[in-house]
Ligand binder design. Structure first.
Ligand SMILES: N[C@@H](CCC(=O)N[C@@H](CS)C(=O)NCC(=O)O)C(=O)O
Length: 207
């Protein structure tokens, strides 16, 4: 059908974040599960995402890659779910701020740290995130000031930033600061997160 939603994913991937978003949206969707070594690098999938990475979302004839973009797109495509401030609203400012901060500086800083790469002090100015300690301090302040990052309700920015914190703490790439833990506990209590996790876990345990 013209408006079908298809998530290309692997249960052990950032695709979990996209699935959580789809569960929040509450629209029917189907998944295509890709294997890291084979189908993810096959021509059929490379035609969808030339990076050969998951997740990717197809919505009718539109393809979106990059999990932050997928979350942002879905929040706008299905506004009835109330997961983004309306287009043009001033709260779009902080909403974009935290989504982009997370997709850029947080992702890069955490990945570099996990690989043991330390930015030499004299090169911090040229790195988008500067120093990881500053990134973590900014995150801590953001999740400490209120229940949610933007306004007084849960948005796609909480889902994406929270997922990075939650998965980062689980894999030991982000330190377990009490503010991070409290925030993650709060947002991961959402029923859509439980549904998404259960769906992906059932795929992981499948023989
Ligand atoms: N920048 C991408 C990263 C996607 C990504 O790296 N996905 C990993 C799984 S979490 C992947 O597909 N790796 C397979 C590979 O690179 O071969 C996003 O945010 O969606």
């Amino acid at each position: 059908m013209a408006d079908d939603l298809i998530l290309y994913t692997n249960p052990m991937s950032r695709g979990r974040i996209a699935r959580w978003m789809l569960e929040e949206i509450g629209q029917p969707y189907r998944t295509e599960i890709l294997d890291y070594a084979t189908t993810m690098k096959a021509p059929a999938y490379l035609a969808i995402n030339p990076m050969g990475k998951v997740p990717a979302l197809r919505h009718g004839d539109i393809v979106v890659t990059e999990v932050a973009a997928i979350c942002t797109y879905l929040a706008d495509a299905f506004p009835q779910a109330g997961l983004a401030p309306p287009p043009g609203h001033r709260l779009r400012g902080p909403y974009y701020r935290w989504l982009f901060f997370c997709a850029g500086p947080v992702e890069a800083a955490v990945s570099n740290k996990a690989l043991g790469f330390v930015v030499p002090q004299e090169r911090e100015r040229m790195m988008g995130y500067g120093r990881i300690e500053h990134v973590m301090a900014a995150l801590e302040a953001a999740v400490s000031k209120a229940d949610y990052l933007v306004g007084d309700s849960f948005t796609a920015a909480d889902l994406y930033l929270g997922s990075q914190l939650g998965f980062g703490m689980m894999f030991g790439t982000i330190e377990k600061r009490p503010a991070f833990q409290q925030y993650w506990q709060r947002i991961s209590a959402r029923p859509a997160y439980a549904r998404a996790t259960q769906l992906d876990e059932s795929l992981v345990s499948r023989p």
